[in-house]
Design a protein. Structure first.
Length: 147
């Protein structure tokens, strides 16, 4: 049977509401990433990847329409796949600089977890885009117990 989704690790080589620090070492899906050129920021021109959907599988959180910046991270989000799978990491800081955000290659277990998530919550639309059942994802989040 032909797989319904094209998965890959990051290509060789942040979003405004997606807090990278809160998701360090978490498994992520970057759905439908596209490179964007020269976006004006408060720091000057930047080259982010535009990612229609970011999913943190570990926390079952979905972030839509994100611009992901970072010289080490952004190039890893380009490629021919519908979904880029990886764990958010952080490299070593150079003197006077902050540590770069990275996307680590997925393990076989990570890829299996990503495929299971997509089979359960994702649908490919006739135009080829992937949509998520965000209500079902929210309902699947563990409930916090009252104190």
């Amino acid at each position: 049977m032909e797989p319904r989704f094209s998965l890959s690790g990051p290509a060789d080589g942040g979003g405004d509401r997606w807090d990278k620090q809160a998701h360090l070492d978490h498994l992520h899906l970057f759905i439908g990433p596209k490179e964007r050129r020269e976006v004006e920021t408060s720091f000057g021109l930047g080259t982010p990847a535009h990612v229609p959907l970011i999913v943190c599988i570990d926390t079952l959180e979905v972030y839509s329409d994100q611009l992901v910046f970072g010289a080490a991270l952004e190039p890893r989000l380009t490629g021919d796949s519908d979904v880029i799978v990886g764990r958010l990491g952080q490299g070593l800081a150079k003197p006077g600089r902050s540590a770069p955000w990275t996307l680590d290659d997925p393990t076989e277990a990570d890829l299996t977890q990503a495929e299971t998530f997509l089979e359960q919550y994702a649908t490919r639309q006739p135009d080829g885009t992937i949509t998520l059942d965000e209500d079902a994802i929210k309902n699947a989040r563990p409930k916090l117990e009252s104190f």
